[in-house]
Design a protein around this ligand. Structure first.
Ligand code: DGL
Length: 224
């Protein structure tokens, strides 16, 4: 086994949802996590700024000599992944393809909902991946700009009136479109799984982009 660590980064604590899954799936691997909590949130920033931050995050992780890096951030994965890959000689994994693959597989009625940051939804990256994987799939996307702030400030528990109210506002129109699958396109959102599932109801399957990226990395390292 290549003993070098795997680097993982996000704008803040959201990527820990991917890290948790990586630890569970690959307990033998060393993991180095960087959360850019000094500059979170990323989701309402421009592409130029996101590319700049992503390069800096990568440069920091490179000091640990990683064998691979997981961009455990939907926002960076949708806006800067190609740039990072072009500039890197080690494999870089994002969250979009794995999440799209899982959702395309899970949906029965071909109607998929997507929630993410403003930058992620504006990029159209998840929709492109989904249509490639399953032509004709219907995607309803909703940017949820307040959710990352609330999670970073500890407002993620079911019953918290602030998060319940904000989440209901974003999610009720999505639920009413008849989707049977919802992609949590930002890695902060799995911390809201109970809140989101309570609003969407049992007929909607939640797909966590961060967790799916961990499964993908395991598959790829095994195949290498
Ligand atoms: N966890 C990041 C994502 O997946 C949050 C982005 C932000 O900081 O706004 O998009």
């Amino acid at each position: 086994m290549d003993a070098r660590p795997i680097g993982v980064f996000d704008s803040g604590l959201g990527g820990l949802t991917a890290l948790r899954e990586l630890t569970r799936l690959m307990p033998e691997e060393d993991l180095v996590y960087f959360g850019d909590t000094g500059r979170v949130p990323y989701g309402n920033r421009s592409k130029d700024i996101l590319v700049k931050y992503a390069r800096q995050d990568m440069a920091f992780l490179r000091t640990f000599n990683p064998k691979a890096v997981v961009v455990a951030c939907g926002t960076v994965s949708t806006t800067a992944l190609d740039t990072l890959r072009q500039e890197s000689d080690i494999p870089i994994f994002g969250v979009v393809e794995p999440a799209a693959r899982a959702a395309a597989h899970v949906t029965g009625n071909g109607r998929v909902g997507l929630i993410g940051t403003k930058a992620s939804i504006g990029s159209g990256a998840y929709e492109r991946a989904l249509s490639r994987l399953r032509p004709g799939i219907q995607v309803t996307a909703q940017a949820c700009p307040l959710l990352v702030h609330l999670v970073e400030n500890g407002r993620f528990r079911p019953g918290d009136v602030v998060i319940e109210t904000v989440a209901r506002e974003y999610l009720t129109p999505l639920r009413d479109t008849g989707i049977d699958t919802l992609i949590l396109g930002c890695t902060h959102y799995p911390l809201l799984t109970e809140v989101i599932a309570g609003i969407m109801g049992p007929a909607v399957t939640l797909v966590s982009a961060g967790e799916e990226s961990a499964f993908e990395l395991k598959r790829q390292l095994k195949a290498a």
